[in-house]
Design a protein around this ligand. Structure first.
Ligand SMILES: NC(=O)c1ccc[n+]([C@@H]2O[C@H](COP(=O)([O-])OP(=O)(O)OC[C@H]3O[C@@H](n4cnc5c(N)ncnc54)[C@H](O)[C@@H]3O)[C@@H](O)[C@H]2O)c1
Ligand SMILES: [Zn+2]
Length: 362
């Protein structure tokens, strides 16, 4: 498959998003002028550097000076201390307003590095190179960047769009299967609420996708990214339609918090969240026979079993969800495959009972 070039239109311009096997090579050519004569800071993690070091070197080969800045892998990278450490290193190392930054890693590296780029000297240009499936279809699209505070995840950040996003599915060949699956759950999510064709594609090709075929992944990442772009363009500031992307996330956030972000990968928590939302949809008489198709697809990806969790504890965390309103929680539910809608008429008693039914009881 040729590399596909998508575009995200936003308040500050247009971000090209190159998707597919070989996208990195093509992007290096297209960004030749952007890199030439510049100092380029590459933010990455030790694991990604070890596994994909040659790809990093090839990508930034055209820069005048390249500096690799390593941060801890995973969520630990998303802290103000890490951001401050990077800003100070960049100052000491002659970083200027026209220096460049490349975020080369999973969603954590991307969120941190985008934030670092957006605030350094009030903004240096950056390019996203997401290296996990989740980051390619979700975290790197839409311009949201940020770090965590001890009190809450993603509580400090900027909307700051990259110069380009490069989703090369060849980079996913070193990804552990659990991370690949975690990303596939997010693809199922976007398919259920906005793209029936993509949903059918996932049903047909799930086995090959789970084996990590870069060609096939390229096509599916392209479709999922295009679906996210359509939603983000309609609602750049997340006032309405963009909340469709929260399908499965209300319960997911509560489960992740109850498990201290340790036992489930984010996508797996979304998998459980989608199954829960499906129960609510069926209760409202939505979806009819189609609910089973969603259950089958989510089940086909394989979810690790949930440990015992107190239903009251999970319910309390649901109530605290930042997306909740005075009047109660808003649920994104599928009304058909490929179409989501918002529902806010579930009573707390109803939800508490559903949570208790849903969780394993020993
Ligand atoms: N900005 C947004 O709109 C947005 C949307 C969704 C999620 N996010 C954020 O994304 C983060 C999660 O991202 P993630 O799931 O990519 O997790 P992650 O960044 O923690 O990466 C997961 C693991 O994969 C490893 N890894 C990355 N690339 C690899 C590769 N090519 N080969 C082998 N290992 C590799 C990492 O070292 C890490 O251990 C969260 O912090 C979440 O808040 C942001
Ligand atoms: Zn998510």
């Amino acid at each position: 498959m040729a590399v596909t070039c998508l575009e995200l239109r936003h308040r500050d311009g247009i971000t090209p998003i190159l998707v597919g096997r070989g996208a990195l090579q093509q992007a290096a050519r297209e960004l030749e002028d952007w890199l030439a004569d510049r100092r380029v800071f590459v933010v990455t993690s030790p694991r990604v550097r070890q596994l994909q070091g040659r790809a990093i070197e090839r990508f930034v080969g055209g820069a005048a000076v390249t500096q690799i800045l390593e941060v801890a892998e995973g969520e630990a990278a998303k802290s103000l201390q890490t951001a401050e450490g990077l800003w100070r290193r960049m100052l000491v190392d002659q970083g200027k307003r026209d220096s460049r930054l490349v975020a080369f890693g999973g969603g954590s590296v991307g969120d941190l590095a985008g934030f670092v780029a957006g605030a350094f000297l009030r903004g240096v240009e950056y390019v996203h190179v997401p290296t996990t499936l989740l980051a390619q279809v979700d975290a790197s699209i839409g311009g949201k960047t940020g770090v965590n505070l001890p009190e809450a995840k993603n509580s400090v950040g900027l909307l700051y769009h990259p110069r380009a996003t490069v989703c090369d599915t060849e980079l996913l060949t070193t990804l552990p299967v659990r991370e690949l699956r975690s990303g596939l759950f997010e693809i199922v999510k976007i398919a259920v609420v906005s793209d029936a064709d993509l949903f059918r594609r996932l049903e047909d090709d799930l086995g090959s996708l789970m084996s990590g075929d870069p060609e096939l992944l390229g096509e599916v990442v392209g479709a999922a990214a295009a679906a996210k772009i359509r939603i983000v363009e309609r609602d750049p500031t997340e006032l309405g339609q963009r909340k469709l992307l929260n399908f499965g996330h209300t319960l997911a956030h509560a489960l992740e918090a109850a498990l201290s972000y340790e036992e489930l990968r984010h996508g797996e928590a979304v998998g459980y969240g989608m199954l829960f939302a499906l129960e609510l949809a069926v209760e409202r008489g939505l979806l009819e026979g189609e609910a089973e198709r969603v259950r089958r697809l989510v089940g086909g990806l394989g979810l690790p079993s949930l440990p015992f969790l107190s239903p009251e504890g999970v319910f309390l965390r649901l109530q605290r969800d930042k997306k909740s309103r005075e009047s109660g929680l808003i649920w994104v539910l599928p009304v058909a495959i490929g179409e989501g809608a918002f529902f806010s008429d579930f009573t707390p008693t109803e939800i508490a009972a559903k949570v208790a039914d849903f969780l394993p009881n020993s």
